[in-house]
Design a protein around this ligand. Structure first.
Ligand code: NAD
Ligand code: MG
Length: 299
């Protein structure tokens, strides 16, 4: 790594190494604890400056990866945060919450499966009960499983990818409005895959395109109510999603090398976009998508 913070001016191509990624496979969902090499979630590189002081946030899938980096950043910016994770991710979740708590604000965790509409409702009630309101909803949880040929794409996988990536986002966005005051924001997680789909990610990439479209439409619908809706579209970011069948091995070992930056991104490099979209600094930005793509760019 280069200088170990996100504030010192430096060459971004050298800020993080073009990772030497060994072959590895994990069961889905992958655990950050088993990821090699380790990712940067901002543990030692993100410094908060009170940009979300007193805000109340719910972030799905924040035990690991991009969600963990967003959760650490929000806690350090002064927010109370609820994170969700799957029961099998308890160790990652505990680790993420331990780091978040060091910032001195309230941190809550709720384990459950977002493919259940009842769990989505429970999550929003839990967040509202614990924190009094929900000012920020980050729809981050996602499922990505690589299948080279459409003939081999099972209906189970198709349904489950669409349920995690799209249905849960609809359910949570619908439920949260009762607890979200004007000034509140919903932030969705799209992907470069929405615009440049990989041939082996047909179901995943389709959901990401739908997330972009939903963001544009809901942004227009809720603007008159003073609620903003935006998305972040990451490029290749080093997280446990990738070695848990997100990529074939031959692509995994060169992950992110084909970007103009010549390296994969780190979760910590996505977090500032989510902070900007959650804070009042982005007051005139809604229905938009911010790319964090290492130069692959959105259209
Ligand atoms: P990750 O595996 O660390 O995070 C994904 C999380 O989704 C998991 O931690 C898990 O808690 C949650 N999840 C999955 N299925 C769930 C279910 N049924 N119920 C509840 N939670 C569930 O990986 P990540 O890469 O940080 O992914 C976060 C988001 O970023 C995803 O939406 C992903 O599509 C998106 N994204 C990732 C990349 C990348 O290169 N890593 C690129 C673009 C977009
Ligand atoms: Mg995880």
């Amino acid at each position: 790594m280069g200088d170990k913070d996100q504030y010192t001016m430096q060459d971004p191509t050298r800020q993080y190494p073009a990772l030497d990624i060994p072959e590895q496979t994990q069961r889905e969902p992958g655990l950050d604890a088993n990821l090699q090499p380790k990712a940067d979630h901002g543990e030692t590189t993100y410094r908060g400056t009170g940009r979300l002081q007193g805000r109340k946030a719910v972030i799905t899938g924040a035990d690991s990866g991009i969600g963990r980096a967003v959760a650490i950043a929000y806690a350090r910016e002064g927010a109370d945060v609820v994170i969700t994770y799957l029961p099998s991710e308890e160790t990652d979740a505990k680790d993420a919450m331990r780091i978040m708590k060091e910032a001195g604000h309230n941190v809550y965790g709720l384990a459950g499966d977002l493919t259940s509409e009842d769990f989505c409702k429970e999550l929003i009630s839990f967040g509202a009960d614990k924190m009094g309101s929900i000012d920020i909803l980050v729809n981050n949880a996602g499922k990505q499983v690589y299948v080279p040929n459409i003939e081999d794409l099972s209906t189970d996988q198709l349904v489950s990818t669409f349920t995690v990536n799209i249905f849960a986002m609809f359910w949570l966005s619908k439920e949260v409005l009762a607890h979200m005051p004007p000034g509140g924001t919903i932030i969705n997680t799209a992907s470069i895959q929405a615009y440049q789909p990989s041939p082996g990610l047909l179901d995943y990439a389709s959901t990401k395109a739908a997330i972009v479209n939903f963001t544009h439409g809901l942004g227009k619908q809720l603007a008159p109510r003073g609620i903003r809706v935006n998305a972040v579209a990451p490029g290749p970011i080093w997280t446990p999603l990738q070695p848990s069948h997100g990529q074939p091995q031959e692509k995994l070992v060169q992950f992110g090398q084909n970007t103009p930056m010549g390296r994969p991104g780190q979760p910590a490099e996505c977090a500032p976009a989510y902070v900007f979209l959650a804070s009042q600094e982005s007051s005139y930005t809604t229905g938009e998508v911010i790319g964090v793509t290492g130069g692959q760019h959105l259209p």
